[in-house]
Design a protein around this ligand. Sequence first.
Ligand code: 5GP
Length: 119
Amino acid sequence: GLRDQDAPTIFDRIIQRQIPSEIVMEDEHVLVFKDIHPQAPVHLLIIPKRRDGLTQLRYATADHQELLGKMFLTAARIAKEQNLRGYRLVINDGSEAQQSVFHLHMHLLAGRQMRWPPG
Ligand code: 5GP
């Protein structure tokens, strides 16, 4: 059987449009949509459309290199398009890091002063 973390996630249903989300950008490889519980005025999730073993970043291999680069470039492009003055990218890997959805995703947070590290 599937290990818990290999089971399909809510993100599959978002990709398939089985549940609604506010999609910001989509191409063949990545989907970007608004987080349902935003932690900043801008809070987007950047995900691969095919999970391809990437329940967590720790399972990344050289085979994923292009996809991972694509996720970063997508973040940078959106930040430029939206004229973000500053932004933060976060990947939570593992429940100790508060990962709750086991389909790799990058958080893009912006629109407010971040509070860490202390200034
Ligand atoms: P994690 O905690 O795994 O790093 O991040 C998962 C994120 O997915 C959370 O910030 C959570 O708010 C978001 N999320 C969970 N379910 C949904 C959903 O159904 N729709 C959207 N748009 N975001 C979701």
